[in-house]
Design a protein around this ligand. Structure first.
Ligand code: G4P
Length: 565
């Protein structure tokens, strides 16, 4: 399928300008991107690997792990070593594969809790989400947290219940859990037959086909699976399945036809209904079924809202995109830095000149050395379309949330929000001679969004920088990288606070946020700080203190995060 479509597209592209508009439209329509959310250990790496097997780019599993490994081969960096030792994936990138004429971008999210900040941003660049659940565990804390983000953005959500080859919770119970906790509808697209040792396969409800489970070799794309029709092949099925499983299957089929929510594309696209799949990623069972429905129903590159409230359609004639992730020193020998850009509209080509939302109008940047991961290889990108993500060499020009565009009207996409930090510590540089490197390193890591930085308000003495993190591991990464990359032995002095609240200027008044805060008088059990934009942030020890403050000063407008101005 691929080569034919590509040929047609090339013909279109050379025919005339109208033709190239048509070709571009088709390129947009054949693109789908997705981010996988899950709790650590539910099988995201395995699942991603299996998806990649369906692309022609690679023909051997292990690519995702291999990617981890190749990052580890240059394990000169302790950052990478840490990743290896702890078996977590800190880095997050984008993997692309082609299947049946479609082009799929997987926005890879880090698995570890402390890096949910990165995941948050990745979800800001995604059009679709696949939620992975461990069949034995059901919903887990990190899945819940990430679901909130997906929900906030009304992203279409597909659910894959993994590890059916192990003893599992009842599939009804799993669906109920999603419905009750998330307040969305479920529509089982497939239904499992047995679990654990007795996992026999799944019924594809739409076609009434039973896909029989075979334990495939770990490295192989699933071989043509035996498929039987629920009614036409009833005899054969009856012989294959143990009597209780056959009976259960018929009963489930009847119950679901009666009781389950019908498939509703609009409800899916608005994030109000999730199709549910069951399978076993490790044996590559059920992954292809999810892929099939994803390609059929998944959302094509979607329009984006600008900070001004207008929308940019993917087929808008000018190129637009935004930076959602920065990554530095992947290869410490080259000290390269990569900024990941999501393309929103228009056609991207290597070497193109663009305007930048934070630079003066008229000033242009050349986007050279754009790259992309194809399977496990990094490739130079010549052309890319809406829905794609490209890595840009970043000599310090890009920060998270920057918008890039061509054309004369200034474009700015809204800032990407962050999670509220929960850990706070003074960061100190004990070696005066290293001050310059210390500041440079900190600045770099802040730009990447590895941590947030606050400062104590000046009337409390020195404006010592405070590192604000979502999790302990973030601190360790920062200290390690300051040491490896900037030769600085920084020290942390933890502060006893767990909550940060930004003070917002009161609505409909010209009072500044600082004046609003000061008008409350001296607040007890509150630490006064400011963020990088000199905005007031207060730190509190616990919920109890926060509640007391809100009760005493109901007019004070507090926010758990704040957009960059
Ligand atoms: P993660 O990225 O979400 O953290 O999960 P990952 O894919 O690394 O999988 C976590 C563990 O679960 C791995 O086992 C993996 O083999 C296993 N796993 C993934 N999918 C399935 C499945 O469908 N069925 C079963 N039974 N297990 C599955 P591990 O022992 O930690 O690693 P490994 O020794 O297999 O590499």
């Amino acid at each position: 399928g691929n080569s034919r479509i590509n040929m047609v597209l090339e013909e279109d592209a050379v025919s005339n300008t109208d033709g190239s508009v048509v070709a571009e439209k088709r390129e947009i329509e054949r693109r789908r991107n997705l981010a996988v959310i899950s709790h650590p250990d539910s099988g995201k790496t395995t699942f991603t690997e299996k998806l990649l097997l369906y692309g022609g780019a690679i023909n051997q599993a292990g690519a995702v792990r291999a990617r981890r490994n190749s990052a580890q081969k240059m394990a000169v960096s302790d950052w990478m070593k840490m990743e290896q030792e702890r078996g977590i994936s800190i880095t997050s990138t984008v993997l692309t594969f082609e299947h049946n004429g479609m082009c799929v971008n997987i926005l890879d999210t880090p698995g570890h809790n402390d890096f949910s900040e990165d995941t948050f941003r990745t979800l800001a660049a995604a059009d679709n989400v696949v939620m992975l659940m461990d069949a034995a565990k059901g919903l887990e804390p990190q899945t819940r947290k990430l679901f909130e983000v997906a929900r906030m953005r009304q992203l279409p959500l597909m659910t894959f219940v993994n590890k059916m080859d192990r003893p599992a919770m009842s599939p009804y119970e799993l669906c109920d859990q999603i419905e009750l906790e998330f307040g969305i509808q479920t529509c089982p697209m497939v239904w499992p037959i047995g679990d654990g040792e007795r996992f026999k396969g799944v019924l594809e409800r739409d076609t009434q086909l039973v896909h029989l489970f075979q334990r495939a070799e770990r490295t192989k794309k699933a071989t043509a699976q035996a498929v039987l029709h629920m009614e036409r092949d009833a005899h054969a099925l009856q012989e294959l399945l143990e009597p209780d499983l056959w009976e259960q299957l018929q009963e489930d089929h009847a119950i679901l036809s009666e009781m389950a929510h019908a498939w509703d594309l609009d409800a899916f696209l608005s994030g109000d209904l999730t199709p549910v799949f069951f399978g076993s990623a490790i044996t590559n069972f059920g992954v292809e079924l999810l892929l099939k429905y994803f390609l059929q129903y998944g959302r094509a590159p979607a329009p984006r809202e600008l900070a001004s409230g207008e929308h940019i359609e993917p087929n808008h004639s000018e190129f637009t995109g935004f930076i959602f992730k920065l990554q530095a020193n992947m290869d410490p020998k080259h000290r390269d830095r990569v900024a990941y850009m999501r393309i929103v509209s228009g056609k991207f080509s290597r070497g193109m000149k663009v305007s930048h939302s934070r630079l003066k109008a008229g000033k242009q940047l050349t986007l050279s050395r754009p790259s992309k991961l194809f399977g496990s290889d990094r490739e130079i990108v010549e052309i890319a379309y809406p829905g794609d993500v490209v890595g840009l060499a970043n000599p310090g020009a890009f920060a998270i949330g920057d918008s890039l565009y061509t054309g004369s009207s200034r474009i700015r996409f809204p800032a990407i929000p962050s999670f509220s930090p929960e850990l706070f510590a003074y960061v100190q540089n004990p070696q005066p001679g290293q001050r310059k490197n210390f500041l440079k390193g900190l600045d770099q890591l802040l730009q990447e969004g590895a941590v947030q930085m606050l400062r104590a308000r000046s009337d409390q003495g020195m404006e010592t920088p405070i590192l604000a993190a979502v999790g302990q591991l973030q601190y360790e990464v920062v200290l390690q990288r300051l040491k490896d990359e900037y030769g600085v032995d920084a020290r942390l002095e933890p502060l006893p606070y767990t909550i940060a609240r930004w003070v917002a200027p009161p609505a409909g008044s010209s009072t500044s946020a600082w004046d609003a805060l000061d008008s409350c008088g001296k607040l007890y059990n509150v630490f006064y700080a400011k963020d990088a934009y000199e905005r007031p942030v207060i730190l509190l020890k616990n919920e109890w203190n926060l509640n007391a403050l809100v009760e005493d000063h109901p007019k004070l407008e507090l926010r758990s995060f704040m957009y960059a101005p």
